[in-house]
Structure formats: C-alpha cells, structure tokens
Design a protein around this ligand. Sequence first.
Ligand code: AGP
Length: 605
Amino acid sequence: MCGIIGYCGKEEAAPYLLKGLYSLEYRGYDSAGLCVFAPQGMLTVKTAGRVADLQQKWDALPERPFARCGIGHTRWATDGAPTEKNAHPHRVGSVSIVHNGIIENSGALRVELQKKGYVFVSQTDTEVLAALLDEGYQAVGNIPAAIRYAESRVTGSFAVAAMFEPEKDTVWAFRKESPLIAATAPNGNFLASDIFAVSRYTSQYYPLQEEEIAVLRPDGLSFLQKDGTPLEKDPVSILTDSRQAEKGAFPHHMLKEIFDAPDAIRETVAAYLRDGLPSLSLLDPKGFLRRAKRLFIVACGTALNAGKIGKFYFEKLAGLSTYCAIASEFRYDSPILQDGDHFLFITQSGETADTLAAMRMVRGMGFSATALVNTPNSTAVNLADSVLYTRAGPEIAVASTKAYVAQCSLLYLVANAVALYREKINAVAVRENVHALYHDAPICIANLLADREAVRAISQKYCEAPSCFFIGRGLDYSLAEESSLKCKEISYIHCEAYPAGELKHGTIALIEENTLVVAIVSGEMVREKTFSNIREVRARGGKVLLVTDRHAETQVADDLYIVPAKKLFPVCAAVFFQLFAYYGALLRGCDVDKPRNLAKSVTVE
Ligand code: AGP
C-alpha cells in the first residue's frame, strides 16, 4: 500500500526522501514521486515505476537546487492507472500533496470544483483533495482552516502530507484512518507512513492521531489541534530494532523471515509463560476470552487463515464455539450477535482497513475486541480493548510467513490457557502442549529449514504446473487454504484449496493428466479417507504430492514429504509450504519480496 515520506531540516531533502521511499517499498506500489521546496518554487519529479527510476530521474536533472524541505510518495494504484500522471505528489494551485487512502466522494467533488474553474490532469482522488486544500487556503489564507475545510468536504480515508507555496519550507500533515507518524532527529524532522522509514535516525516517534496536525519546519516539529491551537504530544519509543527489518546475508526478506520462524515462536510464547504455563493475566487481563460464550475471529488473508487454525484449537481444546469471518464481508453481513460474544481481530500490520473497519463496527455495537497484532503502536492496538502481541519482529516481505507461524502459535497458547481455565484439560496436559509448542515445534522447523534443498527439489519438479489443488480435511484443509494463498501470491500459479472429501462432488471433473494436487494429511482420524481421495485423483491422471506428519507408503503418492510434528503440524508444515512457494516463485522468475499487484498492508478498503 502507498507510502508517505516528508523531511524538513538543515540538510538537502531529496536524499532523505529517496531513502525513506526505499524503506517503504515493501508496502507495495507501482509509481513514485517527490516534491521539494526549491528557492525558485516547488519542484516535482515523478515516475511510473520503481524508486530507483525516480532516483535516476532526479539525478538526471540538469540542475538540482538545494532544497531542505520536501515530500515523497510510493503509490499503489486505486483511483486511476499506475501512470506518471497519476503518481503523487499532485500540485493544484498553491498546494502540493501526497495522500494514502481513498476519497470516496471524489467524483462529485471533482465536478463541483471543475465548475469553479479547477482543471484536473490526473484520474486520482488525490488531485481533488489538493484542489479542496487550495480552495480552502485561497478563501481564508490560513492553513489549519484550509485543512479543516478539506476534511469537512470529503468522506473516506486519508493520510496527507502537504506543502503550501506561500508557507516556505514547511510540511503539514493530517490523517483519518490511514496511519502517519512524525519524528525528530539530529539530522532533521520527518513524516512517514510507518516507523521503518525513520528508525535509522531516531528511537522515538509521534503517532499522529485523527484531528491533529503535524507541522515540520527545518528548525523543528510541532503539533496543532484541529482548530490550530498548539498541541503537546509525548513521543513513543520504537520497539523494534530496524536491523531486524534488514535481510542481512539472505537473498530475500521472505527467506530471512521464514528462517525467523523458530525464534518467532519462542519469542511470542515466552512472553506469556509463567512457571511453564500460559498466563491468563498476561494473555487475557480483562477476562474477555475467559468470559466469552462465543468467539468471533475476524481478519483478512493469511491472518484469517491463522484464525481458522485458531478456531480448531479453541473448539477442540477449550470447547469454545468459534466463528471465523472475512473482515471485508463481516462488516456488511449484519451479523446476528448476542451477549457474551467476544471478537478477536488478527492483523500482522495492525493497519488493514477492512479489519479495522470491522473492529470499529463491533466496538460501536458495544462488543469487546481483542487485537492479535505483530506491529506495536499500530491503529489496531489503539482501537482494541485488549491486545495480544506476536513477537515475530518486523515482517517486510509482502507474503506473510513468520507472522502466520507466530499467530498460529499464540492462538494455540491462548486456547490452552482458556481450556485450562474452563477445566477442559488439566495443567499436566497444558504443560505437554506448551512443551510441544515452545521446544518441539521450533526444532521441527529448524530441521525442515536444514532440509530446504529437498523442498527446493520438489518445488522445482512442480513449479511449472499451470494450476494446483491443495486438499485436506479439518485442520489440514485450513492449512491447505494458507498454502494455496502463499503459492498464488508469489508464484502467480492459479491454486485452489479444496476440502478433500468435497472433490468428488464436482471439482474432480477438473482433474486430468498431470493436474497437480497437494494433499495435506495429519493425524489418524481422517488419514485413510484422504488417502482414498488421493487414489481417486491419481486414478484420473493427477499428480499428487503428499505432505504428512508420519510415515506413509511411498507409492501412495507421486511425491511424499514428512513433517514429523507431534502436536503442531499446521505450525511446522506451514514452513514447508512457505519454502515450496518461495522456491517455486524464484524458479518462475517472480519478485519474491514484492509480488505484482500486492501490498504488505492493505490500508484501503
Ligand atoms: C499474506 O501473505 C498477504 N500478504 C495478505 O493476505 C495479508 O495476510 C492480509 O492482507 C492481512 O494483512 P494483516 O495481517 O496485516 O492484517
């Protein structure tokens, strides 16, 4: 999703803007631009392409005036194609802005402003917002008032950095729903979409709240209330070391993050253990989970797939009725809720618009919400009644890997804690489960990582498959859904997860010679049933890769990989599929860390 950077200081702005944009690339984008306050006026350079292309255009300028104030942007196209004309910053009249979010009523505003004489050169909602700011400023000559005017006219979400021609060397910022942070450091004052763009300069930052205005000047950073009166804010410490966000000797962030999985489990679990048992006073300090009569897990993408694994644990271990919902569907479902319903929102970034909107909805209805988050101080943290943290460290690759493993691990831990509280299992059983999670699972994953060449060989055999079915039953089907998503999003192979027992009710018509089917089988209960499904597929010419937790006769499938996880098969086998997808994507020449069309955090609906 789009990235914003702003700089005001005593040094040249452009290098800081470009460095910041490189740090924000992981969020996903398809065009980039910057605007600086040069002595002769605001100078803008934009490109449809990567930040490196923008840097090349900037470096190629016949003269680069010294400018110590500027804004930059990476754009993930929503309104309008990913062209240079639609790239930010957008200049209208005296105003130049960059914007994250969606102005939902921009169409009507565009028509109104055109009638007032504004001429638009792009297809974007951002240019309309710039025109509103210019109109407001021309009318009152006061920037906070212009911001108030623009905010009063728009519906939707926005994070905005703006420069006004008459107000030299100053950047103004304001937001609604989309995140923005400000920071001050010895080398200048910064504005950014997230901390990764500033963490190399400072260990503290200021999350900008709605209704607040940040003002960056070369000599300092200040804040205003919406009415323009001064506002004092306390800084927040950056909890993650920016080095953790580096890939180090790994060729890709994704591979580094897959290798982080064992530590992600240990760091996440250890934070909530007391005397070898999961501590409810740490996991559920307000008792929401303990008192819940029903639990709704609401999330998107991989986070939702982790939630489905969690559903299995909450129901099978704790006997707690648990429902999983797609956030973008749930918020329009008009769900039938009742007293005793509790909500668990899972989000790695803490900024996913659909998840946040669903959280705002249920909290507005009077229900309590726990957020299970990997990013401290994110919007989800501020919105929730209670927070559970995965301690997976910064996840930069668009494809979520270690966060998924940490989410499933934490859900297993919480389910054990609630099961113990509800006296569904005793402390001895919980200790065994915790040992399987904290000791056995990281070791199982480490052994798998050491065997990655075998995984790469399997991936190489199947990476040209035009399509692929991932099948399983129960928990294995939930893992199949995540494995299918991983493959789709980085290798661009059309994959589909399917309940193994459901294949014969229609979809098996698609199985033909060499159709690839990945069968996931763990435990005993449905093992033979799924083996029957495998035979049905092979009888029709399909090629089957079986991934299972114990020994199986090799002739049962075309290829067999065993992940010998005792209790946490989904957590451990997920790493097999992450490596399977990673190597497949590499072999297909895909951009593993920044897959096409995707963003790390989908901050628009
Ligand atoms: C996962 O690989 C994807 N990048 C995507 O599905 C992601 O999980 C989803 O957008 C939710 O993101 P969140 O966890 O930050 O809310």
